[in-house]
Write a protein that binds this ligand. Structure first.
Ligand SMILES: [Zn+2]
Ligand SMILES: [Zn+2]
Length: 509
């Protein structure tokens, strides 16, 4: 009885001291002296529900990353620029899109939309005076009917320059200002909402809400693409996807540089994404009446083989299965570097980062709303490989035996994700010239400097790390490990405090 209690207490104290409550034990073998010891490393979870101290630390690192890139006044990458600006930008943008496309395919997704983007970019690259195909293509490419290609919306285009910095403005007093933007984009309405729940659940458009959430990340990609075209430079952003009270995902975006507010609204209004998938409105097979696996899925009544994913795509009609757009609520705010306003935006941007999308439920009506949303997501296909396609008479991509509609394991269907399975933090490649790992290292360096210890890089070959097997006698009970980490943290804190006091004490002349 005493043991779990002790553990709870240790956990509470650990939280107070910012110590990870779910440390991972690793065996570390020191190659310089052959000694091995068990070392605790923090779990690093970004979610408060899993480990509040790690989630808090994670959020702070993200805030630092956001702050660092927002108002940069020098290009983050300093390689000489010899090709013309526009060409260079196009090729780099294409490389980004190619990587995205390959990633999508590797994850079993449908890269055909990104293929269309690549095709368009190749044409532009050729028009910009560069010959041939930039990368050659990886993987097979679907040929799509031109009527299904999504055109770039009708937006003003500026001549592209390769800078990632926004314009500066000079005030009459000679001071230079570098304004940036803070933008919030929301999805459209699906029915009237009061206190985070629909007034009339029966008419609330859950299907549309579910599909919008599932494809939200594609819409964001399109937005960035359009933004860069209109702005005429390589716009950099730091964005977070967070849940609204009505449980729809929305986007906060810190953008380096500025554009007229009206233009931002115009871009948001013109941005859309079409989903060219088979229909998923009419269930052909449900309950016990499901397609049967016979080296491919067949109709249980006729024995006829169902169309494969590729066949189904070839048979698509003229209408996309879904079109997603932003709602009218577009919030654009100009922000100046270093102002209290900027700090407030950064806090706002990371407000919900430590919570999963479905974790902010409040009250009975909202819990019921969430349950209905999860219900709507249950049979909505989340990707080309989703088993739900069987319900609509199509074999999922890479079909194998044992697939059951309604039992997709992808996280998009889970209550804590509410349809959005993408990344919560989206940072463009040239945001701050630093990776997240480097931002972490920054913090470490700062602490070590304060402690007066040099942060010398350790020889990467010095240690060999190994996982610890369950029941390893070298691993102390969790309570003991937590208390040990707390003691160490206190020692550091005390040391830092002493240093602070010393530096604050006026020196005797
Ligand atoms: Zn942790
Ligand atoms: Zn699925």
């Amino acid at each position: 009885m005493a043991q779990p209690l002790a553990r709870d207490v240790a956990e509470e104290i650990a939280k107070l001291h910012g110590v990870c409550i779910r440390p991972i034990a690793l065996k570390r073998l020191d190659m310089t002296n052959g000694k091995s010891e068990v070392v605790d490393v923090p779990c690093g979870s970004p979610l408060e529900s899993k480990c509040p101290p790690c989630a808090k630390r994670n959020r702070q690192i993200r805030m630092a990353q956001c702050r660092e890139g927002w108002h940069l006044d020098e290009e983050p990458i300093t390689t000489p620029d010899e090709t013309t600006n526009g060409q260079r930008w196009l090729v780099e943008f294409r490389a980004d899109m190619q990587a995205k496309r390959d990633e999508e395919e590797k994850a079993g997704g449908d890269p055909s939309d990104l293929d269309a983007v690549l095709t368009g970019l190749d044409i532009e690259i050729n028009e910009a005076g560069m010959r041939g195909n930039v990368l050659g293509r990886t993987g097979s490419k679907r040929v799509r009917s031109t009527k299904r290609r999504q055109d770039a919306p009708d937006l003003p285009k500026r001549k592209m320059s390769s800078t990632t910095l926004g314009r500066t403005f000079e005030a009459p007093d000679g001071r230079t200002y570098r304004p940036s933007l803070f933008v919030t984009l929301t999805l459209p309405g699906y029915g009237r909402i009061m206190n985070g729940a629909p007034v009339d659940p029966d008419t609330y458009d859950y299907v549309r809400a579910a599909r919008d959430a599932l494809h939200f990340s594609k819409l964001v990609d399109r937005f960035v693409q359009n933004l860069r075209r209109v702005a005429g430079y390589d716009v950099q952003y730091f964005a977070t996807v967070e849940p609204q009270k009505r449980l729809a995902p929305h986007l906060h975006m810190a953008i380096r540089g500025t554009l007229p507010r009206a233009e931002m609204k115009q871009i948001a209004a013109a941005t859309y994404h079409q989903v060219w998938w088979p229909q998923a409105d009419e269930a052909l097979f449900e309950g016990d009446h499901l397609p049967i696996w016979n080296d491919g899925y067949v109709d249980p009544d006729t024995g006829e083989v169902l169309p494969t994913w590729d066949e189904a795509l070839d048979q698509l009609g003229d209408e996309p299965m879904h079109v997603i757009r932003f709602g009218d609520q577009v919030d654009v705010k100009g922000v100046l570097a270093g102002s209290p306003d900027a700090d407030q935006c950064i806090r706002y941007l990371s407000k919900y980062l430590t919570k999963s999308l479905g974790e902010t439920l409040d009250g009975q009506a909202q819990r019921e709303h969430a349950a209905r949303f999860v219900d709507a997501l249950r049979y909505e296909p989340c990707s080309p490989t989703c088993p739900n396609w069987l319900r609509y008479g199509v074999q999922p991509k890479n079909a194998k035996s044992g697939l059951v509609p309604g039992r997709c394991r992808s996280k998009a269907h889970k209550p804590e994700h509410l349809g959005y399975a993408g990344r919560r933090v989206l940072v463009s490649r040239k945001w701050s010239n630093k990776t997240l790992a480097e931002h972490k290292q920054d913090r470490r360096t700062w602490v070590l400097e304060a402690l007066g210890q040099a942060d010398e890089p350790t020889d990467p070959h010095r240690y060999i790390w190994q996982p610890v097997k369950p029941g390893d006698p070298d691993v102390a009970p969790i309570g003991v490990r937590l208390l040990r980490s707390i003691a160490e943290r206190q020692r550091w804190r005390a040391h830092l405090r002493r240093l602070e006091e010393l530096s604050a004490t006026p020196q005797a002349a």
